[in-house]
Structure formats: C-alpha cells, structure tokens
Design a protein around this ligand. Structure first.
Ligand SMILES: [Zn+2]
Ligand SMILES: [Zn+2]
Length: 140
C-alpha cells in the first residue's frame, strides 16, 4: 500500500495542514480509522490543556480517599486515608504509632504528656461541676 501526502483542514483553526505519507503509514499501522482532525499546533495545544487539567489532588500525590486534617495530639497537618468523623480525634502516623506501640521512653513520655494535656480540660470541668453541685447541695 502506498501513501501520498494529503491536504487536510484543521477542525480547530480551519487552516490546512499536510497529512504526510509517513503519518498515513503510521495511522494505517496503528489501525486508526479516522484522519487526523487537527494541525500539529492545535493538537499540541489540546494535549497541553489536557495535561493542565490533570493537576488535581491526584497529581499532587493524594489519593481520592485521603483527607487533609490536623493531628489531635501534636497539631501537625497530616493526611488520613479516610474521612475523619467530626469531633473524633485524628492522629498523625507518628502519634498513632507512638500511642499504639511505644518503643522508646521518649515516645512514651510524649504520648503520656499528650494524654495528660488532653485529659486536663474535661476532667477539670467535671471536678468544678462536682464542686458546684456539692456547694449547692450544702447550701440547700
Ligand atoms: Zn489548527
Ligand atoms: Zn501527631
């Protein structure tokens, strides 16, 4: 089969471009059934746009299920492979691991401190509430 250069009209800019014999051979080889619709500049413009649309969260190295959040223990920004429930603590990998399997004394101390700090608020409130109730009861 022989190919000769053909003049085609670009669907984008309306300009004429040459569909060369070599390109026809390539198309034939790849079993592409349709002639190219666009000239080279328009084609590269299109593929450039396609590349740009690809820079979403997926391109940034995050999978769709990963959610950006803050670690409840140390406060650093982290990503978790699930959607965190509102109000529930989310731990970064390091804190999660140090809580689950403390391997060194430093990590244990850090985890314990975090737990103590976290425990201060609610416990304090509870004690105050109790004291208030007692005071109230004594008064009554
Ligand atoms: Zn064109
Ligand atoms: Zn953390």
């Amino acid at each position: 089969m022989e190919f000769i250069d053909r003049i085609l009209t670009c669907a984008d800019c309306g300009g004429e471009f040459i569909f060369t014999a070599g390109e026809q051979l390539f198309f034939f080889d790849k079993q592409f059934k349709n002639d190219p619709k666009r000239c080279k500049p328009c084609k590269s413009k299109r593929s450039g746009a396609a590349l740009k649309t690809g820079t979403g969260p997926a391109a940034a190295g995050l999978s769709r299920t990963e959610t950006r959040t803050e670690c409840s223990a140390c406060g650093i920004e982290t990503t978790v492979p699930f959607k965190p429930t509102q109000g529930r603590p989310v731990l970064c990998r390091q804190c999660f691991q140090s809580k689950r399997a403390p391997t060194t004394g430093a990590l244990v101390t850090a985890a314990a401190t975090a737990e103590m700090v976290a425990g201060v608020g609610p416990e304090h409130t509870a004690v105050s509430a109790e004291l208030l109730t007692t005071a109230h009861a004594t008064q009554a």
